[in-house]
Design a protein around this ligand. Structure first.
Ligand SMILES: Cc1cc2nc3c(=O)[nH]c(=O)nc-3n(C[C@H](O)[C@H](O)[C@H](O)COP(=O)(O)OP(=O)(O)OC[C@H]3O[C@@H](n4cnc5c(N)ncnc54)[C@H](O)[C@@H]3O)c2cc1C
Length: 455
């Protein structure tokens, strides 16, 4: 399959998750006649990894007014929920299922397709895997697994997230090892009193706890992560000024931490939670990261990353209540430990664990191990697929500290020979190394709008 009308202004979008769908929505609404071709291996656009779960227990981590995909209308998602009868009344404390968010994005995409038709812009969905992308002087060429060749003027890499478990050396055949914490049906074989180890203590772990609750699991759950931090509950914070925005004095992560701590104390004594200053500076953290040296970026990752993510990515109240309930029943424990290896021993899985600060390892037996250790942003870890091909042939190069891929501030790709591409862009999680805070719904909505202006 291919597009033959090469004279048209084609935009090729690789990846039809949230990022690809939001870019398409913006392009369809823009009154410029062109053809948009969007590629994804999934059958539903707008869902991607985050919003493909079908289970209502896997919720968003914020309230609808903070999750609108329309930067000009913060109530867009709330209005959609109400008009599509996904909730009975407007509620400021509602944390909707992620499944609804995927449906909302797809609905807005379909509406934008109708708008596009009025000025001659069309969208074609190619349900196929992109295997290569060539950035040539006068065009871009996309090749797909099913022998498709597609020509375009511009291409956008919106290939999103990859689970860490897919790149760690954990892809073993051990029975009892669970790589998909959202696959409740797949977990139904777990016995009610099974001993569970969850690796990772972030919001994916909270999803895993809900999945286990759905199958009526009632056994012990041990959670390990390198830092041992437990998610904080999301409490809607009052507005607080972005105190980092105009602060030119901050040069190091240590200085940033010191001023953040002092603002959090100020907020607490003013009767606000510590959450208010944290929420206020999210976009400025991106600016600081962008300007920081590699040495300071490394310092942030080693010393502050876990703390920052733990305070920013807070868990929906229901998730926090579930953690507390399981802890009170003595069923849930957390530990700062590193997983060294997993081995099958009779019908059990023996996990070799090294506790933080311990000098020796310890072997502990479990019936099942759920891998919930988050996302991998290092493109050099991917051993196959498009990411690997693009790094290998130099079309893209790894971003700062090997995180994501290298682009300029606007998302224009910089290749292996340091050349700024005329036609190739990236959007969403691949920009992690350049901007750090680039994966939330609000951040992707803003990036998609800005990129649409550029292409
Ligand atoms: C479990 C989870 C929950 C989250 N919850 C929230 C939340 O509550 N609030 C919030 O603000 N943010 C949340 N996020 C973060 C955020 O919304 C995501 O970062 C965002 O969805 C990223 O979208 P994306 O389209 O860039 O990536 P993805 O969702 O990963 O989509 C990329 C798409 O590209 C396709 N693709 C990749 N490679 C190819 C290829 N070679 N050929 C064809 N197709 C390809 C994939 O199939 C996929 O559908 C969550 C993230 C996760 C993982």
């Amino acid at each position: 399959m291919e597009n033959t009308d090469k004279d048209q202004s084609h935009v090729l979008i690789i990846g039809g998750g949230l990022s690809g769908a939001l870019l398409a929505i913006n392009l369809l609404r823009k009154k410029v006649k062109r053809k948009i071709i969007i590629f994804d291996t999934r059958t539903q656009l707008g869902h991607g990894l985050a919003y493909s779960t079908n289970h209502l227990v896997h919720t968003l981590n914020n309230i609808p007014s903070k999750l609108s995909i329309d930067p000009n209308n913060s109530e867009d998602f709330s209005e959609w929920l109400l008009s599509n009868k996904k909730c009975e009344r407007e509620s400021k404390e509602l944390y909707p299922p992620r499944k609804y968010f995927g449906e909302y994005v797809l609905c807005r995409l379909n509406e934008a397709i109708d708008v596009g038709k009025t000025h001659g812009t069309t969208l074609t969905f190619v349900n196929d895997e992109v295997t290569n992308l060539q950035d040539l002087p006068n065009q871009v060429i996309v090749s797909t697994k099913n022998n498709g060749t597609w020509f375009g003027n511009v291409a956008v890499i919106a290939t999103g997230l990859s689970q860490k478990s897919k790149t760690d050396n954990l892809q073993s055949e051990l029975s009892g090892l669970i790589f998909d914490p959202w696959d409740i049906e797949g977990m139904r074989e777990i016995k009610e009193n099974a001993r569970i180890l969850i690796v990772g203590s972030g919001l994916t772990m909270v999803d895993a706890l809900f999945s286990l609750k759905e199958i009526n699991h009632n056994g012990s759950i041990h959670v390990i992560s390198r830092h041992g931090l437990i998610p904080h509950p999301r409490i809607q914070s009052n507005p607080w000024p972005d105190f980092l925005k105009e602060n030119k004095a901050i040069k190091t992560p240590r200085q940033a931490l010191s001023i953040i701590r002092s603002e959090c104390k100020k907020a607490q004594s003013a009767g606000f939670g510590w959450q208010a200053p944290i929420d206020a500076i999210r976009s400025s953290i991106g600016e600081l990261w962008y300007k920081a040296s590699d040495a300071h970026k490394r310092q942030f990752i080693h010393h502050l990353r876990a703390l920052w993510e733990n305070h920013l990515h807070r868990c929906p109240p229901a998730g926090y209540d579930l953690i507390k309930d399981l802890q009170e029943k003595g069923l849930l424990t957390f530990e700062a430990s590193k997983l060294i290896s997993l081995n099958k021993r009779n019908s059990e899985i023996s996990a070799r664990i090294k506790r933080k600060c311990a000098t020796s390892t310890q072997d502990v037996e479990f019936d099942h191990v759920i891998i919930a250790c988050g996302m991998d942003y290092d493109w050099t870890h991917f051993k196959n697929g498009l990411s690997n091909t693009l790094i290998f042939n130099g079309t893209v190069r790894p971003g700062p500290l090997n995180i994501g891929i290298m682009t300029n501030a606007a998302g224009r790709i910089i290749d292996k020979s340091n050349k700024l591409s005329e036609r190739l862009f990236a959007l969403g999680p691949p920009l992690r190394g350049v901007w750090w805070e680039c994966t939330s719904i609000s951040s992707i909505a803003m990036q998609a709008k800005a990129l649409c202006e550029l292409i």
